[in-house]
Ligand binder design. Structure first.
Ligand SMILES: NC(=O)c1ccc[n+]([C@@H]2O[C@H](COP(=O)([O-])OP(=O)(O)OC[C@H]3O[C@@H](n4cnc5c(N)ncnc54)[C@H](OP(=O)(O)O)[C@@H]3O)[C@@H](O)[C@H]2O)c1
Length: 279
């Protein structure tokens, strides 16, 4: 890096946000590490001249504005934004309450929008910058028991894909990241909320999924340090990818999605192509 770049990360007190912040400091970035609790972020990252810890609940537009102001006040610019913070609401659609679904969409979709909206005026004035949003394998394909989470990540991807051509003329690149399972705190009680059982017909499948997620917790195959390093590499590229798929499991999901989509197109191609007015 010729001039020292500035990276702002959401959710940098726990999980892969910590790995990304540490990797960025090691790579020579000036890092604005944000979180809902400053003590947690400071404890996770320690003290560093290149580190600014700022409070930021992604659900608060006021926090986002203040964090951007603090970042620019301290380091003068923001080159890379990592929309990382999120949580997980598990459960069957019928058992999830409207409040739970709204909360999931607020944190995982509206949250990154809030933060990005606050950062964009700064980025637009710079010649080059980069927004990286962490989606999921569940942002590529929907899964049983993941209705709310997948909806939030699909929303994130539709927003990011639309934002990409809007801001590219300002030299702002965008990357969607699709991690598979990574060993973080996402499946712990602090980050995961499960729908309360309310419909007997789902009982057996619910028990199966609860056992699956409890077993995954702490055993996920992906190493968040390796993901952090890959993100740092992508952030350093002059033409970064619009999408980066992280983990063999996520690659499998994406390849299956492509095959399914192609098969669905082919199965009804004739009728799909015959929708034009004949008059
Ligand atoms: N780990 C995986 O297997 C996996 C797979 C696919 C995608 N992802 C995605 O990867 C990203 C990082 O997740 P992770 O696995 O590192 O999870 P994690 O260990 O649970 O960390 C989540 C982070 O988000 C923060 N956060 C939650 N709500 C917030 C809010 N309203 N405002 C600010 N920060 C908030 C948490 O901070 P608090 O301490 O304040 O709660 C925490 O720092 C997420 O976007 C997640 O969806 C993870």
């Amino acid at each position: 890096m010729s001039i020292q770049q500035v990276m702002l990360i959401t959710g940098a007190g726990r999980g892969m946000g910590v790995n990304i912040a540490k990797a960025a400091l090691t790579a020579g970035y000036q890092v604005v590490a944000t979180g809902r609790n400053m003590d947690t972020v400071t404890k996770a990252l320690g003290d560093d001249d290149n580190l600014l810890v700022v409070i930021l609940d992604v659900n608060s537009p006021a926090d986002a504005e203040a964090a951007v102001k603090a970042a620019v006040g301290k380091f003068g610019r923001i080159d890379v934004l990592i929309n990382n913070a999120a949580n997980f609401y598990g459960g069957f659609f019928e058992e999830l309450t409207l409040d739970e679904i709204e909360s999931q969409l607020r944190t995982n979709l509206i949250g990154p929008m809030n933060v990005t909206r606050a950062v964009l005026p700064v980025m637009r004035k710079q010649l080059s910058s980069h927004i990286i949003s962490i989606s999921s394998g569940a942002g590529i394909s929907g899964f049983e028991f993941n209705a709310a989470y997948a909806a939030s990540k699909f929303g994130l991807e539709g927003w990011m894909e639309s934002l990409q051509p809007e801001v590219l003329p300002f030299g702002i690149h965008t990357t969607i990241v699709n991690p598979g399972f990574f060993r973080t705190e996402l499946l712990t009680e602090a980050s995961s909320t499960y729908a309360k059982p309310s419909i007997e017909e789902y009982a057996d499948r619910r028990a199966g999924y609860m056992a699956f997620f409890n077993k995954q917790n702490g055993q996920q195959s992906g190493d968040p340090n390796k993901l952090a390093k890959a993100l740092l590499m992508i952030a350093s590229e002059t033409e970064p990818p619009r999408r980066f798929i992280a983990g063999a499991d996520a690659v499998g999901i994406a390849e299956q999605k492509i095959a399914d989509l192609q098969a669905q197109i082919d199965a009804y191609r004739d009728i799909s192509m015959s929708m034009i007015y004949e008059d």
